[in-house]
Each structure stands twice: as structure tokens, then as C-alpha cells.
Design a protein around this ligand. Structure first.
Ligand code: OSB
Ligand code: MG
Length: 369
């Protein structure tokens, strides 16, 4: 399949409510999307970078630069039989996994459309719906937090993740646990703590948490190992796991007992499946994280989460939790059993709404070989 042309766009999309983490507060997301054309078909991909380098060093601006100046020139006019053919073409370039993954997603969409098969099937997924939860940002007060969690519970979410940071942790999490004794509850620190903060995590041991996500620095597997050795609650790594090798080494030294797999963070769905396979073989539970994606990225996450090793609920919420108007249809809705259906159509299995894309576009460029 020869890649004939490409288009990049940055979209500015207002979140339905601000999202605050230990690295900052977002009210509007900038999303970079890529459209590839080949054999009369269109493939869409979404890069999960945001406008500012908070979660990752990448931004929509750096991803644009990598795509426009390095990745697209390596791919345009080339023959690619399958998405796996991308990695060798980009083999000379270092880093920028979020940008890579955005391009790879468009190739998966094309591959599915060409074969008339849904992405879930191409990846080896089986389930038609997957258990999901909701990620709740840091709130101004405990009352706001309780109200927000109550609202999501009423919508049907059976698993809630609370963002924490120093000064907004034990008291807040304990208040939610007291109000919801039977709720599946977990926390995400986005690397805001140090090993010295052990007493804070010890204080959370009695709150019956499913897991503690990324408490320490991204590049610090060793201290995660020391922390996990002193905690009964499983540590789950997010930012620290960029490749299947990181996953293997983290598990080998006991730095975590659970892994959050995000296709963007690991450079694409191929690497995400490799991490899943490693964990399935070793009996390590995994779940699919999210990056506040539009319906495009969410469709890919749902397909990935349909693989058998994704035994914990994903950070994959209904469209209405993120955006008033999405660029992809149909909207994702929460089923009464706190699951979301995996798309069944070819490729990503969603339709991109041209008028919505136009409405949100703040930058656009076309590329040819
Ligand atoms: O750390 O999991 C994270 C969103 C943006 C960046 C990082 C993270 C998150 C979330 C939201 O927790 C998950 C979602 O998309 O619902
Ligand atoms: Mg996280």
C-alpha cells in the first residue's frame, strides 16, 4: 500500500470540565490529528500530546515538527504492507513516542479498512465490551471532590481514579473511601512524590485501593522497587514504562505489580500489544490508560483493551465526560454495567465528522512525497 498524501491538523477542543493533575490544569486540549491517503482509503490517527509538556516532554508543537520534518518524509510515497513496517522506516530517529504513535494509528486504521476488519480483531482482541472507569482531577475542596465522584457514580462508573499531589492526598482519598465503601478506587500521583514520602503511602494502605499509579519519578525504577517492597498496595507504573524492555525490567526488580498501557506513551499499538503479551505470560494485570483523547484515540484504546490481559478497568470514559462535541461518531456511551462497547466497523470503526474537524482546526498543512 503506497502512502500517497498526508494532512496534519491541530485542533483546539474545550474540555467539559477542567482537568487538574500534579503537573497542572487543562481547560482546553490541543490535539494533533493525522490523515493518510492510500488506495482510495483514508486513515486517521491522533497524537496524544497536549499543548504543554506536563505529562510528557512532547507537545503538539514538537509532534508537528517531528511529523512534518522527519516522520512524514520517511513514509510518503513508500510501500507499507502493514503497520509493523513503520518502525524500520523511523528507526534512525530517537524518542517522540506520542508523535510516532499518532502516525502508526493512522496506518492501523488504513490496514483495517483495507481488510474490512475492526482494529480489535487485527490486534488479537476478543471482547465486545470492556470494563471502564473515570479519572477524576484534583478538586478545589473535599466537598467538590465528593460531589464530583457522586456525580460519576450516578452516571454508572463503578471504578474511580483520583489524581493526587502532595497536600491533596490522604485526607481527600479517605473522604471518598468513607462516602463510598464499596467503590473500586485507585490513585494517580503523576510522579509527584519521593521515596521519603513513604508515610503518606503507608497512610493509604487501609483505604483498600486497587493500586497507586506512578508515585515517583518517571526515570526511577529503582526507588519504585524500594517503595513497592514496603507497601501491600500494588504500585502501577504509567510514565516509567516506555517500551517492552522497561516493562520487563520493572517487573524483574519488583518496581510495580500492575502496568498502565497507553499506546501513545509506548510509541504505538504494536509496542502496546508486546507489553500486554509480556504481562499476560507473566501473570501481571494490565489496564488501558487514557490521555483525554477525542473519539479517534478512544476508539483505538477500546480496541486495545479488548485483549485478554486487560483485566482491570480502563481510563476510557464516555465521550460526554470529555467533550461537548467530538470529531468522531458515534459517541461512546457508558453501558449500565460500567463497560463501553468496542467499535465493530473496519479500522478504528468511527466516522470522522468533517464539519467538527473544521470547527476546531487551528493549524493545518498537507504533505505529498
Ligand atoms: O496520568 O493517566 C494519566 C490524562 C492526561 C495525561 C495523563 C493522564 C491522564 C488521565 C486521564 O488520567 C485519563 C482519561 O483519558 O480519561
Ligand atoms: Mg497516569
Amino acid at each position: 500500500m503506497r502512502i500517497e498524501s498526508a494532512e496534519l491538523r491541530i485542533l483546539g477542543m474545550e474540555l467539559v470540565s477542567p482537568f487538574e493533575t500534579s503537573f497542572g490544569r487543562e481547560t482546553e486540549r490541543h490535539c494533533l490529528i493525522v490523515r493518510l491517503r492510500a488506495e482510495g482509503l483514508e486513515g486517521w490517527g491522533e497524537c496524544a500530546a497536549s499543548g504543554r509538556p506536563g505529562y510528557s516532554y512532547e507537545t503538539t508543537g514538537t509532534a508537528w515538527h517531528m511529523m512534518a520534518d522527519f516522520f512524514l518524509p520517511s513514509v510518503l510515497g513508500q510501500e507499507l504492507e502493514e503497520p509493523g513496517d513503520l518502525a524500520p522506516l523511523l528507526g534512525a530517529f530517537r524518542g517522540h513516542p506520542l508523535a510516532r504513535a499518532g502516525l502508526e494509528m493512522a496506518l492501523w486504521d488504513l490496514a483495517g479498512k483495507r481488510q474490512g476488519k475492526p482494529l480489535a480483531e487485527l490486534l488479537g482482541g476478543g471482547r465486545s465490551s470492556v470494563p471502564v472507569g473515570v479519572s477524576v482531577g484534583i478538586q478545589p475542596s473535599v466537598e467538590d471532590l465528593l460531589k464530583t465522584v457522586e456525580g460519576y457514580r450516578r452516571k454508572g462508573y463503578r471504578r474511580v481514579k483520583l489524581k493526587i499531589k502532595p497536600g491533596k492526598d490522604v485526607v481527600e482519598v479517605a473522604a471518598v473511601r468513607n462516602a463510598h465503601p464499596d467503590l473500586a478506587l485507585q490513585v494517580d500521583a503523576n510522579s509527584a512524590y519521593r521515596l521519603d514520602d513513604l508515610p503518606i503511602f503507608r497512610a493509604m494502605e487501609s483505604l483498600d485501593l486497587l493500586l497507586i499509579e506512578q508515585p515517583l519519578a518517571e526515570d526511577d525504577l529503582v526507588d519504585h522497587g524500594k517503595l513497592q517492597a514496603q507497601l501491600g498496595t500494588p504500585i502501577c507504573l504509567d510514565e516509567s514504562i516506555g517500551t517492552v524492555r522497561h516493562a520487563r525490567q520493572a517487573l524483574e526488580i519488583g518496581a510495580c505489580r500492575i502496568i498502565n498501557i497507553k499506546p501513545g506513551r509506548v510509541g504505538g499499538l504494536s509496542e502496546a500489544v508486546a507489553i500486554h503479551d509480556l504481562c499476560l505470560t507473566g501473570g501481571t494485570p494490565v489496564w488501558c490508560g487514557g490521555m483525554l483523547e477525542t473519539g479517534l484515540g478512544r476508539a483505538a484504546n477500546l480496541a486495545l483493551a479488548s485483549l485478554p490481559g486487560f483485566t482491570l478497568p480502563g481510563d476510557i470514559s464516555a465521550t460526554a465526560r470529555y467533550y461537548a462535541r467530538d470529531i468522531a461518531l458515534p459517541e461512546f456511551v457508558l453501558n449500565p454495567d460500567s463497560t463501553i462497547d468496542v467499535p465493530r466497523g473496519p479500522g478504528l470503526g468511527v466516522d470522522v465528522v468533517a464539519a467538527a474537524v473544521e470547527q476546531f482546526t487551528i493549524r493545518k498543512e498537507s504533505f505529498r512525497p
